[in-house]
Design a protein around this ligand. Structure first.
Ligand code: MG
Length: 392
């Protein structure tokens, strides 16, 4: 069997979902997905001459080949790694279809049949903790047992004073990484409201998007300890692992990070320094299924759970779910498209997420078939539908 073509279709979801199709001379194809971003689809096409003619069974070799040949395009991190990830996911799907085997089997088989999904909930730009509570109740009523909110959203004390020559009050200043005392109280109020709304049995995580300095991050994490969060995500900027390790070691609120790291090398020091408690690789972004499995295995040496970040369409979400069945240290998998009404319709069959869980099937590959009509209807303007592209 030889690869004959690699093609993309970018779907205009809540993110541009870069679908990647790999075709062979055996009339078997695989469908993967790369994380969104400028240039990702172009880089997939850039890699095509390296892939066409290869035996698709040799997935790790093909990935290593692209990795080396795209070094000038920056294949240690960023868009090039996302492009490689999309190709890699397609190859595992292709191999599964060729061997009539579900992807999970290739990674050691299943520790579990059900993958717990957490819903990323946006309460909107509201300053009212009651709005967070209402959103939490609604999402839990839809069946989810794990939820996440953004804690760094505008609040009543978010006033940019950077252009005010004489700021009279202790308002939030967005560039100095501080949390004002009123802000801290507001954040605690939000978490208290959400926890109060959903009760003790629902997993609740909060994201802070790399906003704060070490001491204020510790104050925040400690102030949230009574609410038993699943995690506090990215309370400090990502570059300084020593700073992050200090925060992690100073609180029993678990600190989670990892959505912007690439390849196993990107996670090595984070794990070795135990600078976080929970690792959140984005699988179609950081290098793909095999790379993520290797990160999970390394994290498991330090008994750290894996909670993959995920903003993908059903394709990469299901591929990730297959891998998560095969990670002993899997915790929860993200779902970021709760407000995309046609998310499920993008693939054939019944809804994928049932009562907050995905049950990966025993069908070959990831087991999904794209609904071409829905995909075409939501094609990103200017994208081809698995056809020729002007810059290839
Ligand atoms: Mg995040």
């Amino acid at each position: 069997m030889r690869i004959t073509n690699v093609a993309t279709a970018v779907i205009d979801g809540n993110f541009p979902w870069v679908l990647v199709k790999v075709e062979t001379d055996a009339a078997i194809s695989g469908l993967g997905e790369a994380y969104w971003g400028a240039g990702v689809a172009e880089l997939v096409h850039h890699a095509k001459p390296l892939i066409v003619g290869q035996d698709p069974v040799n997935i790790a070799r093909i990935v290593e080949l692209i990795q080396r040949c795209l070094s000038g395009e920056g294949s240690q991190a960023g868009a090039a790694v996302a492009a490689i990830s999309g190709i890699e996911l397609a190859l595992w799907d292709l191999l599964g279809r060729a061997l009539k085997t579900p992807i999970s089997t290739f990674f050691g088989g299943r520790f579990r049949g059900a993958i717990r999904i957490y819903a990323d909930c946006h309460a909107g730009a509201t300053p009212d903790p009651a709005d967070y509570a209402k959103r939490a109740r609604d999402v839990v009523a839809a069946g989810f047992t794990a939820i996440k909110f953004d804690l760094d959203m505008p609040n009543p004390y978010t006033i940019d004073i950077s252009d005010d020559p004489h700021p009279r009050r202790q308002w939030f200043e967005p560039f100095n990484r501080s949390i004002g005392s009123q802000e801290l109280r507001w954040m605690v109020d939000v978490v208290r409201a959400v926890r109060g709304a959903v009760g003790p049995e629902i997993m609740v995580a909060m994201d802070a998007h790399w906003k704060y300095g070490v001491n204020d991050a510790i104050k925040l994490a400690q102030a949230l300890e009574p609410f038993d969060l699943l995690w506090l995500e990215d309370p400090v900027p990502p570059e300084n692992l020593e700073a992050q390790r200090q925060v992690t070691a100073s609180t029993c609120t678990p600190i989670c990070t990892g959505e912007n790291l690439y390849r196993k090398h990107g996670y090595r020091e984070l794990i070795e320094k135990q600078a976080a408690r929970i690792i959140a690789p984005d699988i179609p972004k950081m290098g793909g299924l095999l790379e993520a499995k290797q990160v999970a295995a390394y994290a498991d040496l330090y008994y750290m759970p894996i909670a993959p970040h995920n903003v993908a369409s059903p394709i990469a979400t299901m591929a990730a779910a297959h891998l998560c069945t095969a990670m002993n240290n899997f915790l929860v998998l993200e779902f970021h498209a709760i407000d995309v009404a046609w998310w499920d319709a993008l693939v054939e069959g019944a809804p994928m997420i049932v009562d907050g869980f995905i049950h990966p099937s025993d069908r070959p590959g990831h087991g999904l078939t794209l609904n071409d009509d829905v995909a075409r209807a939501h094609l990103k303007p200017g994208s081809s539908f698995f056809g020729e592209v002007p810059w290839a």
